[in-house]
Design a protein around this ligand. Sequence first.
Ligand code: ADP
Length: 441
Amino acid sequence: MALRVEHDIFVVRQRGREVAAAVGLDHQDQVRLATALSEVARDLLRAVGGADVTFAVELDAQGPPRMRVDLAPVRPLPGGRYEPQSGAVARLVDMLGVVHREGDTVVRMSRRVPANAQALTPERLAELRAELGSSAPGSALDELTLQNEQLIAALDEVRSQRDELAELNEELQETNRGVMALYNQLTEELEETNRGVVALYAELDEKSAQLRSASESKSRFLANVSHELRAPVTAIIGLSRLLADSASDPLTEEQSQQVGLIRASATDLLTLVNELLDLAKAESGRLEPNWAEVDLRAVFGQLRGTMRALGTKPEVELVVDDPPPPGTVRSDEVLLAQVLRNLLHNGLKFTERGEVRLRAEFRDDRWLLSVSDTGIGIAPELHERIFEEFYQVPGSTRVGGTGLGLPYARRVARLLGGNLELTSEPGRGSTFTVDLPVGGA
Ligand code: ADP
């Protein structure tokens, strides 16, 4: 097409739109391309007095086909360059610029044909060329009317997009308000919870102070009562011994039996009182270990002697193994012996046949001193309960005892920097282990 006079601008525009429609650009792209084309056409008419316009389709093996428009100026462009009057024109197409073609300089623009357009085979192109060639161009007025319609449609679309945007904005603000409200509510709830937690902690502190003071009162009470009881009980034992003494007036058999009962009961009572005193002392923190290097071999030797002297049942053997090297531990000899004696005592008490064995094992800088027996054993659910004060496994009370030995032993073991643990299986026996650090607490 030749672009020479003003009127040609309309024709070029119209033709451009027709070609764009024919090769398959969508409606908006048709308008865009036609608009860009009429802008460039006007620029060139003014600057150089016209151009020859060629419509073409580039078929590229790799990418999608492109519609291309070349405008070859009738006179050289000033400076060999072209800048559209309106900067927005370049954005209407994929490419707009100056290219060199067979020694000439042409202004070229191109736009991608969408993938869903009808395939542009050489036959199809020939067909389109024939169609476009036979159609007569409309008048400038027709093109102007059409252009106006397109402008109105574009404006309409812009307005509806703006409305949509405003609506979206409104929604966004609404959402924002919701998020802020939620955030405030959450912050408030968090603060509320925090206040609750702080109050709870204060209450807990108060409760534990109360508990501590209650436990101290209990220990004090036990210590006082036991102390007060000890003197009269000791007196009863002494007096009953005196009554039964051969140097005293002889008693009838009945009387001496009753005096014997009094003495036995008083002795039991004295044991209880002493144990209570020990426990109260350990609990109140007034029991201070006398730290020294303790020779375990000596302690074991002594226990072997004293426990054998107590006389065991003939079916039960008391075995005390010699401790392996290094053989010493930093501890309190009296307290440690007391704990082990207590455990051996229990072992002998609750074993009918087999053995009660004391042994020492040295592992990772710790002593594991264990007393194991082949006695009645303890049900798993009672493994912790027997360390509670006064707890005795039901049925085991007939062999006597107070239920204070194990809680005391555990307290002392902890005081010595270790612990006292139990493994046991009912009917197979029990093992109590005192676990002590070699260097003391
Ligand atoms: P006591 O022996 O004076 O009753 P302890 O505190 O020493 O009190 O023991 C608590 C209870 O634990 C005992 O009454 C007994 O039921 C159980 N018990 C302790 N040692 C053994 C053991 N070696 N075998 C079986 N039961 C045991």
